[in-house]
Design a protein around this ligand. Structure first.
Ligand code: ADP
Ligand code: ZN
Length: 618
């Protein structure tokens, strides 16, 4: 398409130039140019006729056989060469006020003529335009990578279409939960009619959330591969172009193309680049991004899943996405991928070491144990590094020594990126999380622990203790809030007890505990000292981290001090309670910490098993 258009552009330019040259040739070829002086001589001799005068040129005919010696020698020669008879001529008109009188005196017929300037007129209009076009075309090419003037909007956005991804669920290891969730999508894509008949509800959009390298793209490809459907992929950052409207056109084009190939999958990587909450950027708006995002929303709303197009997207920053993207009918299905745990890492290592020859002594489980925090991509890289190391040493198989070297190498790279934990830190995190869990178990009003993990997720959290609410809550009692605060402090206090030292890891806990206490005092009237009054604080906009104009607080400086004092007092009370609880449960705390270090993830079942030996002291 684009090739052809470029060709025709250049073709018309060439044709135009050729035409001008031909025109030029014919209009000048047979006309003799006479100097004005010679023209005057011929005029005086009555040897010219049929004159036409323009502002600048005089055209006319010389009566040939009588040129004789009147004209200059050269002119005579030239005219004579063309044989006898009448010859057209032209001469440049000079400022000669008496010309008309001379003409009248010689009784020669003459007429005025308007200069035919179409040639120069067109040239003066078209030439700059053509030059401009050429420069523009060149600039467009530079700016958009490959696009040209004629191809704006025609998606050259790298839409990668793979007829067959060739990836199956067998290539994806260690994220079984995510695979299970996507199985339904595969089933649907395989036989859309069957689902349609049964009236099954199919998700339109699936958002895969996970840290970089956890296999989001791989998983999406595997879904396409399992279902045997084409896979359209594009990166969110590629949508957002320099020119307003281009991105939107690309989205339209992408959906058009996909619809023709349905059933199929559209995969948008880095959705956050495109779907950042509107109005969130500091510079004010980004029209182009917003238009593109709007177009995406329009397209998603506009087609129904029955056609068999499923949109998948990946992001590692779901929190900055525009809420509109997550509404029902859009990306309403969320699949979270964590960094793999010990067993997951072993499985991923198995998948990737299929392609290399392993020496007999290689223990993949041991390698998995040494690589906490590694994502799938890091493990793939690890196997590759080990193979390279072996190749450099000209070995026939990859042995444990190669893996050792590779771990050091990859770890070094990752440490810089702050993504993995060194053993000492892992220990701190393990006992910290154990502290949260034990306090949660020892508080009757707090939610039960569902899962404890010391696999880092994201950048901030090194580990987490997941509590499962037993019911939906709309009201919380003071006793429940106090228990929650205790659970939050549990991590910090455990560190104090076990290590006699504290780490920075509790910062988020402390902040949340403080916020909760402050709310109890200022909003819910739950403080004995400050009583039932509520105290308005300056509001900040929900979700958006935008500074608001300074607002007035509604309470005095003294009250502020009293609130601060009360917060400190309540936190200190909580600290004392938690310390007592953890001391009473020291055996369980240590056992749980140790188990976490070993297993990295502990589910409810394993926790019950551990606590069945010696129950938690309330
Ligand atoms: P993301 O899209 O989450 O950044 P990718 O899907 O691009 O990560 O993963 C990059 C590579 O890492 C994959 O091509 C694959 O080789 C490897 N990988 C990641 N996760 C897994 C996994 N769970 N199982 C097997 N290989 C994985
Ligand atoms: Zn914590």
């Amino acid at each position: 398409m684009e090739q052809k258009q470029q060709f025709s552009l250049w073709f018309s330019v060439a044709a135009f130039v050729a035409m001008l040259m031909i025109q030029n040739y014919f209009s000048q070829g047979h006309v003799s140019h006479l100097p004005y002086s010679e023209f005057k001589v011929l005029l005086a001799a009555g040897k010219v006729k049929d004159l036409a005068l323009t502002d600048q040129v005089i055209y006319g005919t010389v009566i040939g056989d009588s040129v004789g010696g009147l004209a200059g020698k050269e002119t005579t020669d030239r005219l004579n060469q063309q044989g006898t008879g009448e010859h057209p001529f032209e001469t440049i008109r000079v400022n000669d006020p008496t010309l008309v009188q001379d003409l009248e005196a010689a009784k020669i017929s003459f007429s005025g003529k308007v200069d035919n300037k179409w040639f120069s007129t067109i040239l003066s209009w078209f030439l700059p335009a053509i030059i401009f076009l050429v420069i523009w075309q060149f600039a467009m090419k530079r700016m958009s990578g490959a696009g040209g003037l004629m191809s704006i909007g025609k998606s050259k956005a790298k839409v990668y279409m793979e007829k067959e991804t060739g990836v199956t669920f067998g290539d994806v290891a260690g994220i079984d939960e995510a695979k299970d969730e996507l199985m339904q999508v595969v089933e649907f894509l395989k036989a859309p009619e069957r689902y349609r008949r049964l009236g099954g509800k199919i998700p339109k959009g699936v958002l895969i959330v996970g840290a970089p390298g956890t296999g989001k793209t791989l998983l999406a490809k595997a879904v396409a591969g399992e279902a045997g459907v084409p896979f359209f992929s594009m990166s969110g950052s590629e949508f957002v172009e320099m020119f307003v409207g281009v991105g939107a056109a690309r989205v339209r084009d992408l959906f058009e193309q996909a619809e023709q190939k349905a059933p199929c999958i559209i995969f948008i990587d880095e959705l956050d680049a495109l779907g950042k909450a509107r109005g969130m950027s500091v510079m004010g708006g980004n029209d182009e991004r917003e238009q593109t995002l709007n177009q995406l929303l329009v397209e998603m709303d506009g087609f129904d899943t029955n056609k068999g197009v499923i949109i998948m997207a990946a992001t590692n920053r779901p929190e900055i996405l525009d809420p509109a993207l997550l509404r029902p009918g859009r990306f309403d299905r969320l699949v979270a991928i964590d960094r793999p745990d010990l067993i997951g890492r072993k499985k991923i290592l198995e998948v990737h070491s299929k392609q290399v020859t392993l020496a007999p002594g290689v223990d993949l489980a041991a390698i998995a144990a040494r690589t906490p925090g590694f994502a799938g991509a890091d493990l793939a890289n690890l196997v590759n590094e080990a193979a390279l190391h072996a190749a450099r040493a000209e070995k026939t198989a990859v042995d444990m020594g190669d893996f050792d070297a590779a771990i050091d190498r990859v770890q070094g790279g990752l440490e810089k990126k702050n993504r993995i934990i060194i053993p000492k830190e892992k220990e701190t995190v393990a006992y910290h999380e154990a502290g949260h869990a034990i306090v949660a178990e020892a508080r009757p009003n707090s939610d039960r622990v569902g899962k404890i993990s010391i696999i880092p997720r994201g950048i901030a959290a090194l580990g987490y203790t997941q509590q499962i609410p037993t019911e939906d809550r709309y009201l919380l009692k003071k006793s429940e809030l106090l228990d929650r605060i205790d659970v939050l402090l549990g991590g910090r206090v455990a560190e104090e007890l076990v290590f006699g030292d504290v780490s920075t890891g509790a910062q988020n806990d402390l902040q949340r505990a403080t916020d909760m206490v402050r709310h109890m005092i200022t909003h819910y009237g739950m403080s004995d000292t400050l009583g039932l009054a509520t105290f308005e604080e300056p509001r900040t906009p929900l979700f958006l981290n935008v500074p608001m104009p300074q607002q007035q607080t509604t309470y005095s400086e003294q009250t502020a001090q009293a609130i601060d004092g009360e917060i400190r007092k309540m936190l200190a009370e909580s600290h004392a309670r938690v310390e007592k609880t953890l001391q009473a449960n020291r055996g369980n705390l240590d056992a749980l910490g140790k188990l976490l270090l070993e297993k990295e993830v502990i589910d409810r079942e394993a926790l019950d098993e551990l606590l069945s030996v010696s129950p938690v002291v309330l």
